[in-house]
Design a protein around this ligand. Structure first.
Ligand SMILES: C[S@@+](CC[C@H](N)C(=O)[O-])C[C@H]1O[C@@H](n2cnc3c(N)ncnc32)[C@H](O)[C@@H]1O
Length: 372
């Protein structure tokens, strides 16, 4: 049964440890659980089973070619209601609001208050195979407010490619702290950053290849073009421009986005993002880990390649190991600051069910001076 994990290099990811199995159903989640050998073997065998029949090549290509359309459809259906705002961000990634007062909301992200426990009995919604990324945040304030729609392509701000970066004239060029979130979806990370980080020198860029998602961000009442710039960008298209020059960013954020990319294309993307970082700048990532419940729930016929699956709605997802992410980032010339696995046991007390979530969290930094 689950017990506290004691790997020395790991910072405890939460504070509720299941030391007495009899208490399993007394709370809705337990942190830092260790898997038994049997559990690991059972997960491995489920994955072997659900990967034993790969989707035919023509189908696989169809999902790659139409990836943007599937995500557009996802955001048309769910708008900004699926992935919830994540105030835990600042506990895990203080780099996003370095001057923040730690007493602001979000610090108790891994502490489970009574109110939340009574509301949050779900095992994390797993609608269409999209397991909600953090059930913890589900009962927090919904900060998204929609204003009348403006079409993305009509926004003058979108014409950043016409700006002359060599003149130093690009969105956010006068900022002193620049953050880019790639694969921003409906803005569930961007808006908490804008609300929490009050540094007047902050500028937040965010992009997604889904025009529907970028429309949602731009039409949000919290969207302030003097502090933020949302743009459409396909990470897989290496000709698609970024609005800022190389070596201009302090932070790049990847929250559950690298897993949506064809594995063969991940390295090029990470290399390019690394070039955008200032020396000393950081990439922050949180994403699905190997044998997360979402992986174990896939059925035979949904596997595209090892640990890469297509959901019922046509969106795709990869499940990483820590070593794979380490390879991607170090190959891009970055150095490890953090690479940890967050294993959480979620409990549905009503249904007396348990679910094991596995997430990986990384911080990798661009060396301050280029290696000799
Ligand atoms: C699981 S969602 C996560 C969204 C957001 N980061 C969040 O945490 O709420 C994955 C996001 O990656 C975006 N995405 C997938 N492939 C992409 C690509 N090639 N270029 C840009 N965005 C992409 C999708 O449109 C989607 O918004």
């Amino acid at each position: 049964m689950a017990a506290p994990r004691e790997a020395p290099e790991r910072r405890p990811f939460g504070r509720r440890f299941l030391t007495d199995p009899a208490r399993l159903f007394q709370h809705n989640a337990w942190d830092n659980v260790e898997w038994s050998e049997e559990q690991e073997a059972s997960a491995r065998s489920k994955v072997q089973e659900n990967s034993s029949q790969l989707l035919p090549q023509d189908k696989q290509e169809e999902y790659e070619v139409n990836a943007k359309r599937y995500w557009d459809d996802f955001y048309k259906i769910h708008e900004n209601g699926f992935f919830k705002d994540r105030h835990w961000l600042f506990t895990e990634f203080p780099e996003l609001a370095p001057n923040r007062n730690p007493s602001q909301n979000g610090d108790s992200v891994h502490e489970f208050g009574n109110k939340e426990e009574s509301n949050n009995e779900g095992l994390g919604s797993c609608e269409n195979g999209h397991c909600s990324l953090e059930t913890r945040a589900e009962n927090q304030l919904n900060l998204i407010k929609i204003t009348p729609k403006i079409c993305t392509k009509d926004l003058a701000a979108q014409k950043y490619s016409e700006l002359n970066q060599s003149d130093g004239d690009y969105p956010g060029s006068s900022a002193s702290y620049r953050v880019l979130e790639v694969g921003c979806g409906a803005g569930n990370t961007v808006f908490p950053i804008l609300q929490t980080n009050n540094d007047p020198g902050l500028f937040v860029y965010c992009c997604d290849f889904s025009t529907t998602a970028v429309d949602l961000v731009q039409n949000n009442a919290e969207y302030d073009s003097s502090r933020c710039f949302a743009f459409v960008h396909d990470l897989c298209n290496d000709q698609s421009p970024f609005p800022m020059p190389d070596e201009s960013l302090d932070v790049v954020i990847l929250i559950f986005v690298l897993s949506a990319i064809l594995p063969e294309k991940m390295q090029c993307i990470v290399n390019r993002l690394s070039r955008l970082l200032k020396p000393g700048g950081m990439i922050l990532l949180r994403d699905y880990g190997r044998y997360d419940l979402a992986q174990l729930r896939f059925k035979k016929g949904q596997c595209l390649s090892d640990n890469f699956y297509v959901r019922g709605d046509g969106t795709r997802v990869y499940f990483f190991t820590q070593d794979e992410l380490d390879d991607l980032f170090t190959t891009a010339g970055l150095e490890k600051i953090q690479n940890l696995v967050d294993r959480r046991l979620q409990v549905n007390r009503g249904k007396q069910m348990t679910m094991y979530r596995v997430w990986i969290q990384c911080k990798y930094r661009k060396p301050a001076a280029p290696p000799l």
